[in-house]
Ligand binder design. Structure first.
Ligand code: TA6
Length: 296
C-alpha cells in the first residue's frame, strides 16, 4: 500500500511488467497496464479525483447496491446517491496472493472488503441492511479479472443491483465498435428509456450512447478498434451490459471529465446485474464479475 488516508492505493506488478493500481477508495482500479507494462488499458480523466473526495471519473468504479438514479421512493435504495455507495466508500485491503500456473505465467490477486461498519452514517440510514462485499482483482499477463462476492449478513432478505463501470481507453471513438450484442434487447436512456432490439453486429458510436443491454445470451462482448479486436469483456453470472459514451455536450458538462474531447478516447462497456434486482436471503451469497482480455 502506498499513500495515506483516503488516497491510499495498492499496486501490484508481475515479473513480466504488467501492473494494476487500486485505490482503497471505492476499491477503484485506476490503472491496468498490459504488454509488459507498456499499454494502459483504462481511461482516467485528467481531473479525476483520486484523493477520495468523490467517485473516480474513470478506471473501474464499483456500482452497488443500485445502478443509476435509485427508484424515486418506497425502495430501500431510494435515498442513496446515483450508483450507490460502494464506489465512494473506503474499502479495506484484505491481502495479496500470487500464483504460478503450469505454464509458469504468474498472476496476482488483490482482495478488498466493504462491510456495513465501513459505510457512511448517511448510507447506513438510507440502506439499513447488514451486508459484506469481498471484491477480488486478479492481474494476469493478458487479462484482468474483477469479481464481487455479496453476502447477506443480516436477518432479513435484501435486493441489490451491481455493475462494474469500466472506462476503456481507446485510440479513436470514430474507429471503435462493440460486437456481441446483435439481437439483444436494450433500453435507450438517450431516447427516454425506450426499448429496442439491437440490429447491428458491430455497434458504432456516432453520438451520445447510453444503453442498457439486458439478458445477453452469450457471455463475451468485444470492443473492436480499426477493425481489429482490442478487448474481450467476458461476463460471469452477470446478465446485462451498459454501453456508454457521453459525447461532446455531456463530456463538457461533467466538471471532472477532462480533457473535454476525452470522449474520443474512452468507451464504457459495463457488465452488471441491473435489469431488475438480485435478491439475497439471510446468509446467502451472490458472486459475479468479469474477465477483460487485452488483445493488443
Ligand atoms: O453507465 C452510464 C451512466 O449511468 C450514465 O447515465 C451516466 O450517468 C454515467 O453512468 C456516469 O454516471 P456518474 O454518476 O458517474 O456521473
Amino acid at each position: 500500500i502506498t499513500g495515506s488516508g483516503a488516497g491510499s492505493k495498492v499496486t501490484a506488478t508481475l515479473p513480466s511488467g504488467e501492473s494494476i493500481e487500486v485505490l482503497l477508495y471505492g476499491a477503484t482500479v485506476i490503472s491496468w497496464k498490459s504488454n509488459g507494462g507498456k499499454t494502459e488499458n483504462l481511461w482516467l480523466s485528467e481531473k479525476a479525483a483520486v484523493d477520495g473526495s468523490k467517485a473516480v471519473r474513470g478506471g473501474i468504479p464499483v456500482v452497488f447496491p443500485v445502478f443509476g438514479p435509485p427508484p424515486k421512493s418506497g425502495h430501500p435504495t431510494s435515498s442513496l446517491p446515483q450508483h450507490g455507495f460502494a464506489r465512494s466508500s473506503r474499502w479495506e485491503f484484505l491481502g495479496k496472493s500470487t500464483s504460478e500456473d503450469a505454464l509458469d505465467s504468474s498472476s496476482v490477486k488483490l482482495d478488498f472488503g466493504l462491510y456495513t461498519s465501513g459505510i457512511s452514517e448517511d448510507a447506513k440510514k438510507a440502506w439499513p441492511l447488514d451486508f459484506g462485499l469481498v471484491y477480488s482483482v486478479t492481474l494476469s499477463k493478458d487479462s484482468l479479472q474483477t469479481v464481487i462476492n455479496v453476502r447477506n449478513e443480516g436477518e432479513q432478505s435484501f435486493e441489490f443491483q451491481f455493475l462494474l463501470h469500466t472506462y476503456f481507453k481507446i485510440k479513436d471513438i470514430t474507429k471503435t465498435s462493440v460486437k456481441g450484442l446483435l439481437g439483444v434487447e436494450y433500453i435507450d436512456k438517450v431516447l427516454n428509456a425506450s426499448s429496442h432490439q439491437e440490429s447491428n453486429s458491430a455497434i458504432a458510436i456516432t453520438g451520445e450512447v447510453d444503453r442498457v443491454y439486458k439478458s445477453i445470451p452469450q457471455d463475451t462482448t468485444t470492443i473492436v478498434e480499426a477493425d481489429s479486436p482490442r478487448f474481450d469483456v467476458v461476463r460471469d453470472n452477470l446478465s446485462d451490459t451498459v454501453v456508454w459514451n457521453p459525447w461532446i455536450e455531456k463530456a463538457k458538462g461533467m466538471g471532472d471529465f477532462s480533457p473535454d474531447d476525452g470522449y474520443k478516447n474512452m468507451i464504457c462497456v459495463e457488465v452488471g446485474a441491473v435489469n431488475g434486482w438480485q435478491k439475497l436471503e439471510k446468509g446467502e451469497v451472490f458472486e459475479g464479475g468479469q474477465t477483460i482480455k487485452s488483445l493488443l
